[in-house]
Design a protein around this ligand. Structure first.
Ligand SMILES: CC(C)(COP(=O)(O)OP(=O)(O)OC[C@H]1O[C@@H](n2cnc3c(N)ncnc32)[C@H](O)[C@@H]1OP(=O)(O)O)[C@@H](O)C(=O)NCCC(=O)NCCS
Ligand SMILES: [Zn+2]
Length: 233
């Protein structure tokens, strides 16, 4: 059994969009600013800006550099394009992060040396999506809510970087002695057994989950708006 002290910890920063300080667009690169301005819905633009700002300030703090100096790069696992796909900090491949936004909340997970995926969804009834989300076993013994399944599986697919390119139905999640076990026919057993999946605490309007492609030590939750304000933003 590995010592807990040696396992990487994960820091999670959550914020309500309305609590974020003004002027965060100063943290964006020219390319990001272009993308931010291109969103037609003000809420999506605010989610993007909030996510980028939290990632940059949190990762910069870990690296001890200026948030503005941090460049995030993308690479799509499917087509190789650099315009989309899982983002990561340029020149700091050992730092991993994942961002999710839903409704008026944004959440960011940051760690070192492990691949992370986080997902957040607004609480709602999604019974009509049952066939798209649940594996055949889960459809037979639905022990937890459908949205909870979605959030868990999306976090896993963001940790692997596959995103929704892989069908959620091909993943099966079971609870085994309090631990969430993920299986997928295409993965080697070693990958599935090392993966960590955790339900995160959230307010009554949201559900959130964190996945990591490795064992995780502690998971610490923090206020994202506090982080930005304390860092002078
Ligand atoms: C990643 C994905 C699951 C996110 O779903 P969502 O519910 O729309 O959004 P969330 O708020 O939970 O997450 C969005 C964040 O995920 C991150 N992200 C994007 N692509 C990702 C990927 N492949 N893996 C992990 N994270 C990804 C980004 O940081 C994004 O935030 P940003 O747009 O503000 O930078 C979904 O957009 C997806 O599957 N994308 C990939 C589609 C694809 O690859 N198509 C083939 C292209 S060739
Ligand atoms: Zn692509």
């Amino acid at each position: 059994m590995p010592g807990l002290a040696k396992l990487p910890s994960v820091d999670i920063w959550c914020a309500a969009i309305e609590d974020l300080p003004e002027g965060l667009e100063r943290l964006l690169t020219a390319e990001e600013a272009k993308r931010w301005r291109s969103y037609r819905h003000a809420k999506r633009a605010a989610q993007f800006l909030g996510g980028r700002a939290l990632v940059k300030v949190a990762v910069a703090q870990t690296l001890n550099v200026e948030p503005k100096a941090l460049v995030l790069e993308h690479r799509c696992q499917l087509c190789g394009a650099r315009s989309h796909g899982k983002p990561r900090p340029k020149g700091a491949g050992h730092i991993s992060f994942s961002v999710s936004h839903a409704g008026d909340q944004v959440v960011v997970a940051v760690s070192e040396g492990i691949h992370l995926g986080i997902d957040l969804e607004v609480s709602r009834n999604i019974d009509h999506l049952q066939d798209e989300i649940l594996s055949s076993t889960e459809q037979r013994v639905l022990g937890f809510g459908l949205l909870r399944c979605w959030v868990r599986k999306e976090a896993v697919l963001k940790a692997t970087g596959e995103g929704l390119m892989r069908s959620m139905r091909s993943l099966a999640i079971e609870q085994d002695e309090g631990r969430l076990q993920i299986s997928c026919d295409d993965w080697r057993e070693a990958v599935a057994s090392r993966m960590t999946l955790i339900d995160l605490p959230s307010d009554s309007k949201h559900l959130a989950a964190l996945a990591a492609l490795d064992n995780v030590g502690s998971v610490r939750m923090h206020s994202g708006s506090m982080l930005l304000r304390m860092s002078g933003w």
